[in-house]
Design a protein around this ligand. Structure first.
Ligand code: NAD
Length: 247
């Protein structure tokens, strides 16, 4: 059991990557506090303590930390995509992207970090994306900007608290099969007047490996970064993208 005795908080745990991470952590012996705004899906997650919260609320992080108590592991996975270029992006979409993708992480880290520092132990794993400061992806303006903020935030926390026994790393996935990706593929197919299969093939083709990543593959990396096996690793941007950014 690679996480025996650890207490973990995982956001966006009801679906996709966050759900796979929560399930993997439970299987590896962690006590898992799973957070999501989708109550219907959250209750179907076995072996966790569920917390229903909208992480864009300014008091969500402090309320959560009060409810869960200390965390040895914090996985910030909640994120949202508004497709489009800068010219398509509304003020609301820009604000919401930064609010959930970056500000909610800031607040959650701020809520859990003091106890980690006090105990001189903690691993924070932030889910960013290759669409960030790593590469520009078409029609991912607000998303890419907010995920670049996640990388800056991660490195900053890593360097400021490295002497306090707290590690902070980012995961940068390529295209991963998840419920929201399927919704985006369906919408893009309808807008382009093409079949879902054709859009799926285009999204798969972005990865030289020729397929979408699976949430459990991202969960395996999150497990490594969360566990003591990665004790020598902090401030990294761990790319897991089927070779998308190799060239
Ligand atoms: P998803 O979008 O399918 O599911 C996300 C979960 O987050 C849902 O259960 C939803 O209810 C929850 N959520 C959304 N807004 C919330 C809020 N305000 N408060 C609380 N919960 C909220 O999941 P996914 O596609 O696996 O994405 C998870 C993370 O991985 C995101 O940060 C995303 O940006 C990142 N990511 C995904 C991909 C991909 O291709 N799927 C690629 C790179 C990075």
């Amino acid at each position: 059991m690679r996480l025996a005795g650890k207490r973990a908080v995982v956001t966006a745990a009801a679906a996709g990557i966050g759900r796979a991470i929560a399930e993997r952590f439970v299987a590896e012996g962690a006590t898992v506090h799973a957070v999501d705004r989708n109550a219907d899906e959250l209750v179907t997650l076995a072996g966790v303590t569920g917390h229903i919260a909208d992480l864009t609320a300014s008091d969500a992080a402090t309320m959560l930390a009060e409810a869960t108590g200390r965390a040895d592991i914090l996985v910030n996975c909640a994120g949202i995509v508004y497709p489009g270029t800068l010219l398509d992006c509304t003020e609301d979409q820009w604000a919401t992207s930064l609010d959930l993708n970056a500000t909610a992480m800031f607040r959650l880290i701020k809520a859990y970090l003091p106890t980690m520092v006090e105990r001189r132990a903690g691993s924070i794993v932030n889910v960013s994306s290759v669409a960030s400061s790593i590469i520009g992806v078409r029609n991912r303006f607000a998303y890419g900007a907010s995920k670049a903020a996640v990388i800056g935030l991660t490195k900053s926390v890593a360097v400021d608290f490295v002497a306090d026994g707290v590690r902070c790393n980012a995961i940068c996935p390529g295209t991963v099969d998840s419920p929201s990706l399927r919704v985006r593929m369906q919408a893009q197919a309808e807008a382009a007047g093409e079949s879902f299969e054709a859009t799926h093939a285009a999204f798969s083709g972005r990865q030289p490996l020729g397929r979408l990543g699976q949430p459990n593959e991202i969960a395996a990396l999150a497990l490594y970064l969360a566990s003591d096996e990665s004790a020598f690793t902090t401030g990294t941007t761990a790319v897991i993208d089927g070779g998308w950014t190799v060239e």
